[in-house]
Ligand binder design. Structure first.
Ligand code: SAH
Length: 454
C-alpha cells in the first residue's frame, strides 16, 4: 500500500513488543510488564531442534519446505515455522510437547486452527522516519531496533493493519513526526490496536513521546472519518527509555477508553494495559478444556491465579464453581476483572491485586480451603513460594495452563515430586500458528494413597 515510500518491501508484523536496545545505553531493568503478551518473547524452540523424520528403513526423508507465504519471514522473525505447512507445524509442536511432558502422562493430540490466519486481535506497530524522510511503521527486526516496514501480515487482524496505514498517512498531512530513539525527538512511538472479534469493538492507542499532542481533536476526527468502526481512541504517554510499548499515563481521546469481547458466553471488558489472549477462537478451546479438566459440580471453591482480566475465573464462576477468587499483579487488569464480574452478573467471584505466590502463601497460612486451582503464569512459569504454598493448600485438582512447556515441565516436576500430585491429562493447543509457541493445559490430581491390606 505504501510501497512508494518504503525503504524496502513490506515485511510481516508480529507481536514482538520487547526488543533489545542499541548498545549505547543500558536497557533499564524490566518492571512488571503491563503489556505482557505470551507471544512477545521471541525465544522458544527452533524448528532446527526438530528431529529429521525417519523412513521405515531408518534413512532420512527430505522435509517438505513450502515457500513461506510472507516474503520476508526470516527478517521479521515472528513466524518461525512459516516454511512448514500447517499440518507439519502441528506435528512439530505435538512432538515438542511430548518430548517435554510425556514423562508425566501421555499427551492428547494438539488442537489446531481450522483457518490459521489473521487470528491476532492485538497488533502493535513501531513508527520511525526512513532515510528518505518518509514515515514508516512496522516491527523491529529480530534483536534490533531497526524497523521492518509492514502493511499486511498473515497472522494479524487485517482491519488493524489498515488503520495503522491510515495513521501513517494522516501523520504526514498533520505534519506529525515519528519519535527518533537516537535523538530522542519526535512525537509518535507506537500504535497499538485491540479488537474484540465477537463484538467488533476497536481500540486505537497512540503511544507518544510527549504529552503535547498538536491538533489532537482534529486528528481524532480525521481518523474517525476514515474509520468510523473505531470505538475508542486513547493517547498513552511513554517518555521513558524503555523497550516496553506502553507508558503509565493514558488519556481517552474518544469513546469509553475500553473495548469488550465475548469468550465462552461471558462478556469481558479490556483496557489498553491489561493482558488479553490474542487468539480468541483458540482461547475458547483452551478454556473449555480447562473447564472439562476441572469438572466443576457446583460446590467447589476455586482459585484463578495469574488471572489477568478474570477470564478463566469468570468462565468457571458461570460454569459450576461455587466461589472464585482471582489474583493478578497488574492493577489495571484487576480493575477490569472486578468490572467483568459485574458485567456478567456473577456475584460469586472476587479479585485482588498482588503477587500470586504471596497470595497463595497467605491462603495456606490461613488454612483457607480450595478445591480447584487454575494457574496460568507468564512464560517464566511459577515460583517456589507459589508452588510450595500450593502443595500446603493441597487442592484436589490443579489445572495448569502454560505458554511455555519448558517452565511447565520444571513446575510439574516440582509438584509431582514434592507434593501429592500426579498428572492425569495433558492437552496442547495451537494458540499461535506459524510461530514456534505452543500453549498447554495439564491436569494434576491428588494421588489416592494405596491401601495396603495385610
Ligand atoms: N489467565 C489470564 C492471564 C494469563 S497471562 C488469561 O487467560 O487471560 C499471565 C498473567 O500473569 C498476566 O496478566 C500477568 O500480568 C500476570 N502475572 C505475572 N506475574 C505475576 C505474579 N507474580 N503474580 C500475579 N500475576 C502475575
Amino acid at each position: 500500500m505504501h510501497s512508494s515510500h518504503q525503504q524496502s518491501q513490506p515485511f510481516q508484523r508480529n507481536g514482538a513488543h520487547q526488543t533489545s536496545f542499541p548498545a549505547k545505553k543500558p536497557s533499564p531493568p524490566q518492571q512488571n510488564q503491563p503489556d505482557f503478551d505470551h507471544q512477545d518473547a521471541r525465544r522458544g524452540f527452533s524448528p532446527q531442534d526438530q528431529a529429521v523424520p525417519q523412513s521405515p528403513s531408518g534413512s532420512s526423508v527430505p522435509q517438505r519446505r513450502p515457500e513461506p507465504a510472507c516474503p520476508v519471514f526470516r527478517k521479521c522473525g515472528g513466524c518461525q515455522l512459516q516454511n512448514m505447512d500447517y499440518a507439519r507445524q502441528l506435528q512439530f509442536k505435538q512432538r515438542r510437547v511430548e518430548g517435554l511432558l510425556k514423562q508425566f502422562h501421555s499427551v492428547e493430540p494438539i488442537i489446531g486452527m481450522e483457518t490459521p490466519y489473521h487470528y491476532r486481535n492485538k497488533v502493535s506497530a513501531a513508527f520511525a522516519l526512513a532515510r528518505n524522510q518518509q514515515i514508516i511503521s512496522g516491527v523491529y527486526q529480530d534483536s534490533t531496533h531497526r524497523i521492518v516496514p509492514v502493511d499486511h501480515c498473515l497472522i494479524e487482524d487485517p482491519k488493524a493493519d489498515e488503520i495503522i496505514c491510515s495513521i501513517r498517512r494522516l501523520m504526514k498531512s498533520f505534519k506529525l513526526l515519528p519519535y527518533d530513539e537516537v535523538t530522542q525527538k519526535g512525537f509518535l512511538r507506537h500504535v497499538l490496536i485491540k479488537r474484540g472479534f465477537a463484538t467488533n469493538q476497536i481500540m486505537v492507542v497512540l503511544v507518544t513521546a510527549t504529552p503535547v499532542f498538536p491538533a489532537k481533536k482534529r486528528f481524532t476526527e480525521a481518523l474517525l472519518k476514515l474509520h468510523p468502526e473505531i470505538t475508542t481512541i486513547l493517547m498513552n504517554l511513554n517518555d521513558r527509555y524503555t523497550s516496553m510499548v506502553l507508558g503509565e499515563q493514558e488519556k481517552v481521546l474518544y469513546g469509553p477508553g475500553k473495548i469488550q469481547d465475548i469468550l465462552c458466553g461471558c462478556r469481558f471488558q479490556i483496557s489498553a494495559k491489561s493482558f488479553y489472549q490474542i487468539n480468541p477462537a483458540q482461547t475458547e478451546a483452551l478454556y473449555l478444556k480447562a473447564m472439562e479438566y476441572a469438572g466443576l459440580t457446583g460446590s467447589e471453591t476455586v482459585i484463578d491465579a495469574y488471572c489477568g482480566i478474570g477470564t478463566i475465573g469468570l468462565v468457571a464462576a458461570k460454569r459450576g464453581a461455587k466461589k472464585v477468587v482471582g489474583v493478578e499483579l497488574n492493577r489495571d487488569a484487576v480493575k477490569d476483572a472486578i468490572e467483568n464480574a459485574k458485567l456478567n452478573k456473577l456475584s460469586n467471584a472476587w479479585f485482588c491485586a498482588g503477587d500470586a505466590g504471596e497470595f497463595m502463601l497467605e491462603m495456606s497460612l490461613e488454612k483457607e480451603p480450595a478445591d480447584v486451582v487454575f494457574m496460568d503464569p507468564p512464560r517464566a512459569g511459577s515460583d517456589r513460594t507459589f508452588l510450595s504454598s500450593l502443595i500446603a493448600l493441597s487442592p484436589q485438582k490443579v489445572v495448569y495452563i502454560s505458554c511455555n512447556p519448558e517452565t511447565q515441565q520444571r513446575d510439574l516436576r516440582y509438584l509431582t515430586s514434592k507434593g501429592p500430585y500426579r498428572v492425569t491429562r495433558i492437552q496442547p493447543v495451537d494458540m499461535f500458528p506459524h510461530t514456534n509457541h505452543v500453549e498447554t493445559v495439564a491436569l494434576l490430581e491428588k494421588a489416592v494413597p494405596l491401601k495396603i491390606h495385610l
